[in-house]
Design a protein around this ligand. Structure first.
Ligand code: NAD
Length: 263
């Protein structure tokens, strides 16, 4: 039985009701986990209000700002986790940002600054969060991040995000090796395309989803809650032997070598 009773889970990356992190938070809560959630602060605190309202029914014990580009936000966040919880069982890294120039047109048009920002937010953040959480991780803790097929194959328009995801998947392996001796598992879920705020910036996302619906073995796309279910499994002791892996939740699309025309 999947049971997360007594586990304390910190979820980063909820922006709105379409967020994959929201699907994950709901399924962790349903399995009995105690939640902490963060939001991306901005001048008008738009995310703060939205995320507070959305997550209220899940009664998060922690509700904190975190811009992963700011070291002090990360250290403040884990200072509170230490004071309030003492230990951390589940860390969900479900966030990314790539400037528009890195998500359409020619791959090579990305600027140096745009590339650095994309890799900083989408990839380095996992390292920084794991380093800050390292002293707090419980002996069976689980770290979960989100990746996409564009990190291992060419998906038109995914461009710089693909490089960020390739590096993220490598980080998963190196972090799994570093944290393994203390019992901590680190895995990635590679989700099929889902319409969200972040994915809307990827050129042709609607066509990508449609293509998956027509050609994936299950002949459909996946939902945030399906990704959430896999995250709940990875967070649980049922997944105690799994680390350093990329698990596809994509209706089977990844196995296809050649996609057949729609039925
Ligand atoms: P989303 O827009 O709902 O979530 C992205 C989150 O990143 C937002 O909550 C945003 O606030 C956060 N974020 C951006 N910059 C940040 C920063 N500097 N500090 C802290 N947070 C920041 O979109 P989503 O699709 O749910 O994305 C979540 C994750 O899932 C991302 O890693 C994305 O690449 C991955 N993913 C998405 C899809 C898809 O098709 N939607 C598929 C596979 C993987």
């Amino acid at each position: 039985m999947l049971n997360l009773q007594g586990k304390k889970a910190l979820v980063l990356g909820i922006a709105n009701e379409y967020s994959i992190a929201w699907g994950i938070a709901q399924q962790l809560h349903q399995a009995g986990a105690t939640l902490g959630v963060t939001y991306l602060p901005d001048e008008k605190d738009r995310f703060k209000q939205k995320v507070a309202q959305l997550t209220e029914p899940l009664h998060p014990e922690l509700f904190l700002p975190c811009d992963v580009q700011k070291d002090e936000h990360i250290s403040d966040l884990f200072q509170v986790v230490r004071e309030r919880w003492g230990t951390l069982d589940v860390l969900v890294h479900c966030l990314a940002f790539v400037p528009k120039e890195g998500l359409e047109g020619d791959f090579s048009q990305i600027s140096r600054a745009g590339f650095a920002q994309a890799l900083d937010v989408s990839t380095y953040s996992l390292i920084a969060l794991c380093r800050a959480a390292k002293p707090l991780f419980s002996p069976t803790a689980s770290v979960i991040t989100l990746t996409y097929l564009g990190g291992v194959r060419v998906v038109p328009n995914y461009n710089t995000a693909g490089v960020a995801k390739a590096a993220l998947e490598a980080c998963v392996r190196y972090l799994a090796y570093e944290l393994g001796p203390q019992g901590v598992r680190v895995n990635a879920i590679s989700a099929g395309p889902i319409k969200t705020l972040a994915s809307s910036a990827v050129g042709g996302i609607r066509d990508m989803i449609q293509h998956v619906r027509q050609t994936a073995p299950l002949r459909r796309s996946v939902t945030q809650l399906e990704v959430g279910n896999t995250a709940a499994f990875l967070a649980s002791d049922l997944a105690s032997g799994i680390t350093g892996q990329v698990i596809y939740v994509d209706a089977g699309y990844e196995i296809m070598g050649m996609t057949a025309p729609a039925d």
